[in-house]
Design a binder for this molecule. Structure first.
Ligand code: ADP
Ligand code: MG
Length: 578
């Protein structure tokens, strides 16, 4: 029997859903989302410590009604690339001179990058300091089943927690869809067709569906992984401080947040997991609150001062030590309305608290650095700078290690698409001409995070024309510091599409052709070890693993935008069997 179009596009469904089914399932799924804690604040949330009573409003997070098919091989490949990616990013972040040199021209055209670079220059990552990374690498998958890297997020990688609960929700929705189909079929079936009593049929269907979901929807350990990374760094910090006889029993992990954050519950899940699994308390504060309530306290000669924060319950002036600072803010210029917020960031960087991420890590995740990582030899150089190969540099095994680093680098670089900077005046005109001739083949990216900043099609052409063809710009085309240097250009990726239903903000379900972006969460803790002479000191990654995933789906006609930016929806990967 030939399959209907709908069956082919949503292969995990036993019965193609009718419009009535979609409406019923949408209501069910969104109620379940609230029950599972898959929620966002309905309006700007008031932050703790603001002096106001907290507001408690929650609504279902944007999500798809059904999972989306993802090639199994691509999913596993994306996970396996996380370890070399994180190693390389760490080693690159530690090379401050290279980082600043790469970003020098960009910084002349982008004041935000310039300030981050200045902070990095004043606070270079030291070899004897561990670094904590919670990263997410995002990929599109093309129709020929190839992974294409969109970007690597090194700061405030979000939706790890909410995404972790989606598998259970989609398992329920699919079972419910089965039941709707079964019931619809009932009047048309002879009783003898039914596998026994209807209850038995439903139970059989439930266990079949559960097994299907377990086999095809991978478990998602992002939430536990993120909490484990923070706890790991917290334990390391405590061990260091205890050796200086500091009383650190009450030390907290500090979440740096945006005022009025709507994605607060994604962060609250991490806070709860830290408490439930690790007995670690969290404080939340904006950069301006940290400027007001934070302080550096000298704890011993030759060591970094400890960061303390006096933001406990109202009327409690006691300051708490901060072990780890987890930034869920600080990645857009609006997070720094005045110098005070920059001063708070600098104070944290000078303290003994472990930053997640350091400013250098943040810069390594910039669009310009992604473009540089794709240049010949760069990724390989920093990957092979990693501990094993450095330590064994004189060993007989060194050639083997180098070869291994080479093949790992190749596997990562295979997922890169072309990216181009405008820094070199000698090829700037050629790049501009290519974009103007083929605007649908490129995306123009400023050094911004958070979605909704990139330029496509006519908007991109308008921007480039303004910087290139406007009469006052023509004489500047060869300038070493040109306004286009604030951007990088990227080959446009054309991902495979599939049908799904998007549920957003309580609106009517929207059935459409969609594209999905697969994110892999990774955690990294690089701990410095000195072996032998200082020249052989090296960073040992005591934590480097892929921990979970995030699938985000949007209507194929939408160019840009994440979940928080108001376009995409959380989704679950359904791994195909090929
Ligand atoms: P941000 O840091 O703002 O999230 P991204 O580089 O992730 O920036 O881009 C935002 C969105 O734009 C992505 O989620 C994706 O939907 C789209 N996008 C980014 N790069 C490309 C590309 N090369 N081709 C097609 N779409 C892209
Ligand atoms: Mg992104």
């Amino acid at each position: 029997m030939s399959k209907t179009a709908s069956e082919e596009r949503l292969p995990f469904l036993l019965h193609p859903p009718t419009q009535a089914d979609v409406l019923e399932l949408a209501e069910y799924a969104q109620s379940a989302a609230v029950l599972y804690g898959l929620v966002m604040a309905a309006s700007a949330s008031s932050s703790s410590g603001s002096g106001q009573a907290p507001t408690w409003t929650a609504m279902p997070v944007p999500m798809t009604l059904f999972p989306t098919v993802v090639p199994r091989s691509c999913y596993h490949q994306a996970r396996s690339l996380m370890v070399p990616l994180q190693r390389c990013m760490d080693s690159l972040a530690r090379d401050t001179p290279f980082l600043l040199q790469c970003l020098r021209v960009t910084a002349t055209q982008d004041p935000f990058t310039a300030r981050l670079c200045e902070l990095a220059r004043q606070n270079p990552m030291e070899d004897d300091r561990p670094a904590l990374g919670i990263l997410r690498a995002d990929y599109f998958i093309t129709t020929d089943r190839r992974l294409r890297l969109v970007e690597i997020n090194t700061i405030a990688s979000s939706f790890g927690a909410l995404g972790s609960h989606l598998r259970s929700l989609h398992t329920h929705v699919l079972h419910r869809a089965d039941i709707l189909g079964l019931f619809r079929d009932l009047p048309h079936r002879a009783h003898s067709d039914l596998p026994g009593h209807i209850d038995a049929a439903v139970a059989q269907l439930a266990s079949w569906r559960r097994a299907q979901c377990e086999n095809n929807m991978p478990e998602n350990g992002a939430l536990e992984g993120i909490a484990e990374a923070l706890a790991h760094a917290h334990r390391w910090w405590r061990a260091q401080q205890e050796s200086q006889s500091l009383d650190v029993d009450t030390a907290v992990v500090l979440f740096v947040t945006q005022p009025g954050e709507r994605n607060i519950y994604d962060q609250k899940w991490v806070e709860f997991t830290l408490w439930k699994e690790h007995s670690i308390r969290v404080r939340r504060a904006t950069l301006s609150q940290i400027a007001e309530h934070g302080q550096l306290v000298t704890t011993g000669s030759g060591t970094r001062p400890a960061l303390t924060l006096a933001m406990g319950a109202a009327g409690d002036p006691r300051a708490e030590f901060v072990s780890v600072v987890y930034y869920r803010a600080g990645y857009i210029p609006q997070d720094y309305p005045s110098d005070r917020e920059w001063e708070a960031r600098a104070m944290i960087a000078r303290s003994s608290a472990i930053e997640c991420p350091t400013v250098a890590y943040q810069l390594v995740g910039s669009k310009r650095m992604q473009q540089i990582l794709g240049e010949p030899g760069v990724f390989e150089r920093y990957l092979s700078d990693s501990p094993d190969s450095k330590w064994h540099a004189q060993d007989a095994a060194s050639t083997q290690l180098e070869e291994r680093a080479h093949s790992k680098a190749e596997a990562v670089l295979e997922t890169f698409v072309g990216m181009y900077a405008f820094d070199d005046p000698s090829n700037r005109a050629a790049i501009v001409q290519r974009v103007l001739d083929h605007p649908d083949e490129f995306v123009l990216k400023p050094q911004r995070e958070g979605g909704g900043n990139n330029l496509y099609g006519a908007d991109m052409v308008k921007c480039i024309e303004a910087y290139w063809n406007a009469p006052e710009m023509v004489p500047r085309r060869q300038d070493p510091e040109h306004p286009l240097c604030a951007y990088v250009l990227m080959d446009r990726i054309h991902p495979a599409s599939s049908e799904n239903v998007i549920l957003r903000n309580g609106n009517a379900p929207v059935r459409s052709e969609c594209v999905s972006e697969l994110g892999i969460f990774g955690i990294f803790f690089g701990n410095a070890r000195h072996r032998g002479s200082a020249s052989t000191s090296t960073i040992i990654d005591t934590l480097n693993q892929a921990v979970g995933h995030l699938l985000r789906t949007k209507a194929a006609r939408q160019d840009d935008g994440g979940v928080a930016a108001g376009v995409a929806a959380l989704d679950s990967p359904w791994l195909d069997t090929v």
